[in-house]
Every structure is written in structure tokens, then in C-alpha cells.
Design a protein around this ligand. Structure first.
Ligand SMILES: Cc1cc2nc3c(=O)[nH]c(=O)nc-3n(C[C@H](O)[C@H](O)[C@H](O)COP(=O)(O)O)c2cc1C
Length: 202
């Protein structure tokens, strides 16, 4: 099995990158699975939804060249893992732009002429790890975690039929919890294909 780990953070020395690396190590530790890390900042992914994306959305033109490349990476993967810092209770802009452009009409979903929605990512399992400065109590008290899960887990991945298996917030990064986040990521990585393992052995 293969996991594509998408990380959106400008600093390779950041906790976010350490979490992504630990997650990848966890996936690979059994020796049975492979990973690819898509570092959107280092790769300079261009997140602005432009006129070419709009034409493709309207099914009037082919997708801009950089989009099928990202879709092919997802097509090669059994699991898509997003590792990102929470910015203003949401994705960083670059990751949101990656979703806007890559999860395109005709690839992630189809709208039929009679108005029905066809979800096209039913084979994909999704693992979400948001890293936040605030503590878990703040997320719960204001409903930020619930709001983000509604918007991202349900609104984006549910819309396309993908199954969100993991949806975690690693919070309070400036407090004592930070040290354990890398270990948590490694554990989550190791669990990514654990049920597939069991199914294959049965
Ligand atoms: C522009 C910006 C917005 C932020 N907004 C939030 C937020 O809404 N909620 C939160 O918990 N942390 C917020 N933070 C804190 C980051 O989530 C935190 O610094 C980051 O996850 C730490 O990980 P890093 O060391 O990998 O950057 C924000 C940080 C920045 C730079």
C-alpha cells in the first residue's frame, strides 16, 4: 500500500514537517508500505485558482498542466494524508488552493446533466492532521474542531466520497504537549494500513 503525505508549511525545520516525517516513518516501519511526501511549499505549488482552472471547471478546456500531475500522485496512493498547521481555524491558503485546483470537476466528482452528483473518490482513505497553537479546550469550547471537521472532512472529502479515517488535531504546540506530537504522528502512521494488514492476513 502507498500513502501520499501532503505537507503545507514553508519551514522544513518546523514541527509540521517533523510530524509529516514521523507519520511517513510510521507507515514504512513494517516494511510493507511506501510513502511519498508532497511538500507544497518546496515544490512551489501555485495555489491560485486561475482562468485556466475556471475553464476546466466549466468543462470548456483541459486542466492546467500542474493539476493532472497532482491528481496522478493521488491516483497512485491508497491513502491521502494531509499534515498542516491550523491558520485561522482552517487550512493554510496554499493547501486550500491545492484542494480548490486539484479536486476538480470530472476527477473528484461529476455533475450529471440531470443535476445528480457522482462522487469519484470512493476508493481513497484520508487522514487529516491539523497542528494548532491553541489548546484542546479552546477548540472544544468554541466548536472550532467541529466546524473544521464539518467543512473539511464532510464538506470536501465526504462530497467526493472519500472516507476520512483519521481526523486529529495536535494542539497546544507551545505547551508541554508538543513533544508527544511527533510520537503520536508515528503511531498514526503505523496504523494507516493496519486494518488492510489484518484483512490481507484473514
Ligand atoms: C497565520 C497564522 C494563523 C494561525 N491561526 C491559528 C488558529 O486559528 N488556531 C490555532 O490553534 N493556531 C493558529 N496558529 C498557530 C499555528 O497553528 C502554530 O504556530 C503551528 O501549528 C505551529 O507549528 P509549526 O511549528 O509547524 O509552525 C496560527 C499561526 C499563524 C502563523
Amino acid at each position: 500500500m502507498h500513502a501520499l503525505i501532503v505537507v503545507s508549511h514553508p519551514d522544513p525545520q518546523s514541527l509540521t514537517h517533523a510530524v509529516a516525517q514521523a507519520y511517513a516513518q510510521g507507515v514504512r516501519q513494517s516494511g510493507d508500505h511506501t510513502t511519498e511526501i508532497a511538500d507544497l511549499a518546496a515544490e512551489r505549488f501555485q495555489p491560485t485558482f486561475h482562468q485556466g482552472d475556471r475553464a476546466a471547471y466549466l468543462l470548456q478546456a483541459a486542466l492546467p498542466d500542474d493539476v493532472p500531475r497532482e491528481q496522478a500522485r493521488i491516483d497512485r496512493a491508497d491513502a491521502l494524508v494531509l499534515v498542516y498547521p491550523v491558520y485561522w481555524w482552517s487550512f493554510p491558503g496554499q493547501l486550500k488552493g491545492w484542494i480548490d485546483r486539484v479536486f476538480s470537476n470530472g476527477w473528484a466528482y461529476d455533475e450529471t446533466s440531470d443535476g445528480r452528483l457522482l462522487k469519484r473518490l470512493g476508493r481513497l482513505s484520508v487522514h487529516l492532521i491539523g497542528i494548532g497553537g491553541a489548546d484542546g479546550g479552546t477548540y472544544a469550547r468554541h466548536g472550532y474542531d467541529r466546524a473544521m471537521r464539518t467543512q473539511i472532512d464532510h464538506g470536501i472529502f465526504g462530497f467526493c466520497g472519500a472516507k476520512v479515517v483519521t481526523s486529529e488535531f495536535l494542539t497546544d504546540v507551545n505547551g508541554t504537549a508538543a513533544a508527544s506530537h511527533v510520537e503520536t504522528a508515528r503511531r498514526l502512521g503505523a496504523a494507516t494500513f493496519a486494518s488492510a494488514h489484518v484483512a490481507a492476513a484473514a
